[in-house]
Design a protein around this ligand. Structure first.
Ligand SMILES: Nc1ncnc2c1ncn2[C@@H]1O[C@H](COP(=O)(O)OP(=O)(O)OP(=O)(O)O)[C@@H](O)[C@H]1O
Length: 278
């Protein structure tokens, strides 16, 4: 079955305020190479710029260590950038905020709480009244296909189910942006494909803007509207690739047979692998 998603508003909607604006963001870490050794600066990101619009899934892809997670954490507000600007819906990012939800590689659920109580956690911090909290958590667990498991504890759930709870928890605070850092990489191939498809369905229903970090070229091409290919040392934007498959893209096994898919895959592969020869 094909997944129909609303078309993103980039390009055709010039008047739209981007959900996320990243402008010339740079970051260096001070690293020490041993005890009693002087420290030096490791330039991780250099002048990174891109935007993401409503309904868009934008993937960040690049070789290991090119700064994908660092960039995502800067957007999250957990790491302070050295230079450049970041804004979510036009508001400068100065730290973590409820306008950004996060899904990690490991869902890190609280083991003593049920699936529903895990989803409610962020809403408790926002002091939402209990009945409203519970209603929203139940709705979100339905949305992610876990309506039947709301009262189960994390150890009773499979890895894929736990990741669905993590997604519901991130959506609970109704963020403008959903930041996902290799959310499916710890799952087996079959569960991963199911969740990729589910993510497209959920995005179509919620119209979220998603920034998605992955190593997996096929995953990036299947999920994304645009792919930001990062170069390494320092991390910088090498190319922004518009994915042409539209909102009614076939499932990944079929898409893999599309010559355009294969061409783009080869192109991204070349962009990523080229840099190691320089
Ligand atoms: N807090 C830190 N202090 C010093 N160096 C750091 C810190 N965090 C990350 N780095 C370094 O910054 C570089 C980029 O790391 P980052 O985790 O962002 O890369 P990545 O592209 O997400 O890698 P991977 O794909 O392997 O997850 C790496 O060289 C890493 O060692």
């Amino acid at each position: 079955m094909e997944v129909a998603r609303p078309e993103p508003l980039a390009g055709g909607a010039a008047a739209q305020t981007p959900r996320l604006t990243v402008t010339n963001v740079s970051k260096a870490f001070r690293v020490r190479h041993g005890v009693n050794q002087p420290s030096s600066l490791l330039q991780v990101l250099k002048n990174v710029s891109f935007e993401a619009y409503q309904n868009e899934i934008v993937s960040l892809i690049g070789e290991s260590g090119c700064g994908k997670t660092t960039l995502l954490r800067i957007i999250q507000g957990l790491i302070r950038h050295d230079a450049g600007q970041l804004a979510v819906e036009g508001r400068a990012v100065r730290g973590p905020g409820r306008d950004r939800g996060f899904v990690f590689q490991q869902p890190s659920l609280l083991p003593w709480r049920t699936a529903r109580e895990n989803v409610e956690f962020g809403l408790e911090l926002l002091r939402m009244p209990a009945p409203e909290r519970e209603r929203r958590a139940r709705d979100l667990l339905e949305l992610v296909g876990l309506g039947h498991a709301s009262e189960q504890f994390p150890h009773q759930l499979s890895g894929g189910m736990q990741q669905r709870v993590g997604l519901a928890r991130a959506l609970a605070i109704e963020p403008a942006l959903l930041l996902m850092d290799e959310p499916f990489s710890a799952l087996d191939a079959q569960t991963r494909e199911v969740l990729q498809k589910e993510l497209l369905r959920i995005q179509a229903e919620t119209h979220k803007t998603i920034i998605f970090v992955t190593h997996d070229l096929d995953e990036a091409l299947y999920l994304s509207d645009r792919i930001i290919v990062l170069g390494a040392k320092p991390g910088r934007v090498k190319e922004i690739i518009k994915v042409p498959f539209g909102s009614e893209r076939p499932e990944l096994p079929l898409l893999r047979g599309d010559p355009q898919f294969q061409e783009l895959r080869a192109r991204i592969w070349q962009l990523i692998s080229n840099q190691t020869t320089h």
